[in-house]
Design a protein around this ligand. Structure first.
Ligand code: CNA
Length: 411
């Protein structure tokens, strides 16, 4: 679809950035033994914060080796249960989910920052000066090859939604989901059946493509074919390079992202899942719910405002493997049978091709950055490999009428 930078002056424009220091290669290199030194230090700080926190938090893997782990675990366990209790009491009917790459690792797609397995730890082969360069629009303009090499691994098609995606869909099915804001570009939320009007793909997706210079739309399937065959898709209008509509650093976020100004003040529960909260402006969204609104962080480590001690009174975090945590959460909510039924119902459905499906999402500006594809893990088999439904058809019947803004109205 066509995107124009200047034709709509009243529309707010927000570009994606990696958040101050992370975009600066020099600082990254100064921050430790490697480009990820700062990240490691941050994680160490987080561990300390966790030990000090007396707030609602429980740790699994992360705290197991700490001398004070058991004390922390016993004194602060219960965050997940507290939130489950609120949900069961009917006090959370406008749930906003904020999601990141950690949601899809159980589907076999590496995240960015997990040391060792994350994409940023495995970029040597792309011959780029610093990790973020691969998602930098100026860098792409000069040399699209690093991103295209990566995109070959990222294109949706070989991965299935996992238990976590279906849990988010279950929130919708129960009439509780106000919206899910995902940074992921793998399309798995859509694939698992979360309808378009409940989904904001804040960093775009591969479902559409356009010229990176003049924004002339380009058939997404043709772009995919070219990239998969090591060719460069060329704009039919200006002959510049075409790229899939995923948001690169320095590019505008989709207009639909601005639904956040309505949603977050209205939220009565915020669930933050599988994100390092390092990418702005997305990361700051979590600070825009009312201070009395419970925020539940489900992640391997403390991130963003959850790194500070003490935590905000309404904050809860449950640290450990995300899929395991979400399974426990579903159990506490009494949703096990519903989850099983939902996932079983997906087994017979075939995997749709996102790229050829018509897009109802109105995305204005750009996109990009990616998630590497990998092989499906054994864990993903529990949910992710059971197949997927096409997002829209089935969910039309399981309506959650709370949503007032449709994607096409979102601008
Ligand atoms: P990130 O910076 O890599 O952070 C991921 C977070 O999830 C980290 O805090 C991890 O500790 C945590 N995590 C990973 N796996 C698990 C797990 N199994 N259990 C618990 N926690 C886990 O990724 P973000 O999403 O924060 O960064 C935003 C970028 C990443 C977005 O712009 C995405 O486009 C981009 N990305 C997307 C994908 C995808 O679409 N699947 C994959 C990789 C990167």
């Amino acid at each position: 679809m066509n995107r124009s930078r200047s034709s709509q002056p009243p529309v707010p424009r927000v570009t994606r950035s990696a958040g101050g220091r992370l975009t600066e290669p020099a600082e990254r290199l100064d921050s430790g033994p490697g480009p990820y030194g700062k990240q490691r230090r941050k994680q160490a700080d987080s561990a300390l914060a966790q030990d000090l926190s007396q707030m609602s938090m429980s740790g699994q893997d992360t705290l197991n080796n700490s001398p004070s782990a058991s004390a922390v675990k016993s004194s602060s366990r219960g965050g997940l249960a507290s939130v489950a209790r609120l949900v069961k009491l009917g006090r959370c009917k406008n749930v906003v989910v904020v999601a990141g790459a950690g949601v899809s690792t159980a589907s076999g797609i590496p995240d960015f920052r997990t040391p060792g397995t994350g994409l940023y730890a495995n970029l040597e082969k792309y011959n780029i000066p610093y990790p973020e360069a691969i998602f930098n629009i100026d860098y792409f303009s000069n040399d699209p090859q690093p991103f295209f090499s990566l995109a070959k691994a990222l294109y949706p098609g070989s991965h299935r939604p996992n238990y976590i995606h279906y849990f988010i869909r279950m929130l919708h099915h129960k009439g509780l989901l106000l919206r899910v804001y995902t940074q992921n570009i793998d399309g798995l939320e859509k694939l698992c059946g979360i309808p378009d009007d409940k989904l904001v793909e804040a960093h775009g997706s591969f479902a559409t493509a356009a010229c990176h210079l003049c924004y002339t739309a380009y058939p997404a399937e043709d772009a995919k074919q070219a990239i998969m065959n090591d060719k460069v898709p060329i704009c039919t209008f200006c002959a510049a390079t075409v790229k899939p509509d995923v948001v690169f650093f320095g590019e505008d976020l989709p207009q639909k992202y601005f639904l956040n100004t309505q949603d977050f003040p209205k939220a009565d529960l915020l669930i933050i899942m599988g994100t390092s909260l390092q990418i702005e402006p997305f990361a700051s969204l979590v600070n825009t719910v009312r201070s009395t609104v419970p925020r539940l962080l489900l992640n391997r480590n403390a991130v963003g405002p959850f790194e500070k001690v003490p935590l905000r009174r309404a904050d809860h975090m449950e640290l450990g493997d995300l899929e395991e945590t979400v399974r426990r959460f579903a159990e506490m909510l009494g949703w096990n049978d519903d989850m099983e039924e939902l996932m079983r119902s997906q087994e017979t459905l075939s995997l749709p091709t996102l790229i050829s499906s018509p897009l109802s999402v109105d995305q204005t500006s750009c996109q990009s950055k990616g998630a590497p594809a990998g092989t499906e893990t054994s864990r993903s088999r529990a949910g992710g490999q059971r197949g997927a439904s096409s997002g829209s058809e089935e969910t039309d019947s399981e309506t959650d009428s709370k949503s007032s803004a449709s994607s096409s109205q979102s601008t």
